[in-house]
Design a protein around this ligand. Structure first.
Ligand code: ADP
Ligand code: MN
Length: 176
């Protein structure tokens, strides 16, 4: 695996449709590796990195430039796990690994219903998963060898993914 950056610790992007387990996986990985977990959704709310509220989709309208400005120094330094359901607006150079979590449709449907998603918000997210929108977005935005799709249907999947990623982080050696 080629390593392009000279960061002492790698930056990992954990992306995927809402409900695929990004936050659960990222916090377990952060605990195991002591990398910094950056939940972009929370950061957007805390620091007001948005242009208001979308009433129809019931979410904030993220200001992508503000988010990138906020993250730049930390990403430069390295050692971050970025947890977000989008990936095309981050600079390509930021990430050493891009993980796309994927969940079987019926499993995801139950998770999102439990979370209180209904109507268009539920349908849009299920379609997003069916059409592998995040995997396509990741492949278009990052080098092929950086992007890895991982199954996230069960708790066992999470443990296996976290173990594999923890090993990868431990093996990390900056170039130069
Ligand atoms: P995301 O951050 O991608 O929206 P979360 O990590 O918040 O997803 O997970 C959403 C819900 O689904 C949580 O209740 C979580 O416990 C559950 N969940 C996520 N991934 C899995 C998995 N692989 N196996 C079982 N439950 C999961
Ligand atoms: Mn989340």
């Amino acid at each position: 695996m080629a390593q392009h950056s000279n960061r002492k610790r790698p930056n990992i992007l954990v992306t995927g449709t809402p409900g695929t387990g990004k936050t659960t996986t990222s916090s377990a990985l952060a605990e195991a590796t002591h990398l910094r977990h950056l939940n972009i959704g929370d950061l957007v709310k805390e620091k007001n990195l948005h242009d208001g509220w979308d009433n129809h989709l019931r979410c904030h309208v993220v200001n992508e430039d503000l988010v990138c400005d906020e993250l730049e120094d930390m990403m430069e330094e390295g050692g971050n796990i970025v947890d977000y359901h989008g990936c095309d607006f981050f600079p390509e150079r930021w990430f050493d690994r891009v993980i796309v979590l994927q969940t079987e449709n019926s499993v995801l449907y139950d998770r999102l219903s439990k979370r209180g998603y209904t109507g268009d918000k539920l349908t849009n997210n299920i379609e997003c998963e069916i059409f592998q929108v995040l995997l396509e977005e990741a492949k278009e935005s990052y080098p092929e060898e950086t992007v890895v799709a991982l199954k996230s249907d069960t708790i066992e999947d999470i443990s296996r993914n976290v173990t594999a990623l923890t090993d990868w982080v431990r093996m990390w050696n900056p170039t130069s």
